[in-house]
Write a protein that binds this ligand. Structure first.
Ligand SMILES: Cc1cc2nc3c(=O)[nH]c(=O)nc-3n(C[C@H](O)[C@H](O)[C@H](O)COP(=O)(O)O)c2cc1C
Length: 202
């Protein structure tokens, strides 16, 4: 069975949920999937056993996690040899996906998402074929007092939720499942193509 590595970096835990969801969907599609925090991986981790790799990271203060940047720099050559995708979770993408906002505001959020992604690709030298921005979470209950205060102000400006008594999940899980399905299809295609080539014609 083909195996996919779903490797993540997170600060408040939401990107781990994203990684687990992608892995679960890949398993439904008949693939094996490992979900691993890049912080737990050895420098010499070998990606050679994977048919594909999905990397997922979140954005804090305008950049993705340092450990993900380090990991990609270290493994860039291997990442370029296998099908690989990058998922980026952020609050800016929440603004992009709010369809009731004025188009110029959504365009500003989209520019923010692109800027942070471009910075990541420039810094790591990695340019994955598949990239997906994912609307993240406002995890008010998991922030300390100061972060909760700052995030509430940012959320107000972004038109996101300001009720700090609970968390607010903005991820479009169905869209994430579609992303995983497409990836699974792509990885499985050579095998399917071979199977159908040998299949009896009716
Ligand atoms: C302190 C802090 C800083 C953040 N900075 C940004 C930012 O610069 N741009 C952005 O789009 N989202 C920002 N976010 C939102 C996170 O990307 C979002 O909450 C994401 O879901 C976090 O994922 P994680 O739980 O996997 O770390 C920030 C969140 C926090 C708590």
């Amino acid at each position: 069975m083909k195996r996919v590595g779903v490797l993540y970096a997170t600060r408040e835990g939401h990107t781990r949920k994203i990684a687990e969801r992608v892995a679960a969907e890949l398993r439904v599609r008949g693939l094996d999937a490992d979900v691993l925090d890049v912080r737990d991986l050895e420098a010499a981790t070998d990606l050679g056993g994977y048919a594909a790799v999905v990397l997922a990271a979140s954005v804090h203060r305008g950049q993705h996690e340092k450990e993900m940047i380090r990991f990609v720099k270290r493994h860039r050559v291997e990442l370029e040899r296998i099908p690989a995708a990058f998922l980026s979770a952020s609050l800016s993408e929440v603004g992009v996906e709010q369809l009731d906002r004025p188009p110029e505001e959504r365009a500003e959020f989209a520019a923010d998402v692109l800027k942070v992604l471009d910075q990541f690709f420039t810094e790591t030298g990695w340019h994955p074929a598949r990239v997906k921005a994912v609307a993240g979470e406002l995890a008010y209950t998991r922030y300390n007092f100061l972060v909760r205060f700052i995030m509430k102000r940012i959320a107000r400006k972004a038109g996101a939720a300001t009720d700090t008594s609970r968390d607010h999940d903005y991820t479009d899980w169905a869209a994430l499942d579609r992303f995983a399905d497409e990836l699974a299809q792509e990885i499985s295609e050579p095998v399917e193509a071979m199977a159908s080539a040998g299949a009896p014609v009716r």
